[in-house]
Design a protein around this ligand. Sequence first.
Ligand code: HQG
Length: 181
Amino acid sequence: MENSDRLSVFISLVLRHKPDAAGIVLDEHGWANVKELIDGINNTGRKISMEALEEIVRTDNKQRYSFNEDKTSIRANQGHSISVNVELNEQEPPEYLYHGTADRFLESIMLEGLRPMSRLYVHLSRNIETANQVGKRHGNAVVLKVNSGQMHRDGIKFYLSENGVWLTKRVESKYLQKMKV
Ligand code: HQG
């Protein structure tokens, strides 16, 4: 892994799950102070400058992070396990969304539906290929087709993160269908 990729993984840990790892705190909206973050990362023995941080944010393949306007604060756009309110936009979802998972979770998912597990929301993708990639991270990938249009008509809320990930609190199994591959 390249140094900047390793740093990105660490930043994602700090901004989503464990601000403590860099000795910082996030505010209620998930924002970290940029100077504190840079100092905190450097204090762990890693090396990062403002320019390097800007480059990581700009080139991140999933656009995971956002700066505020004057770049004094930074936060992750989604994926948190700690309780923050990133002021998500509630939106009407497309008729279908997709969730990638591993085959060994299927039995439990079909029983109790999709749950956020350690995160704040269930993460859904607009396209099958992205879902497949997410599923592969966990093992033998399986893609579930989510009847998000029906969920929305049934009054269930959906949010679209700043970087295009669809989020919802949970998905009952009646809205799920395993896709043929
Ligand atoms: C599964 C990545 C058993 C769920 C991606 C998943 C994503 C259940 C795992 C983002 C279950 C949780 C999130 C149930 C759900 N029984 N297993 N009832 N309900 N599960 O990593 O969606 O690269 O927390 O299917 O792009 O895999 O990190 O969620 O397999 O957007 O930026 O429990 O992470 O983004 O795994 O991934 P995760 P996820 P980044």
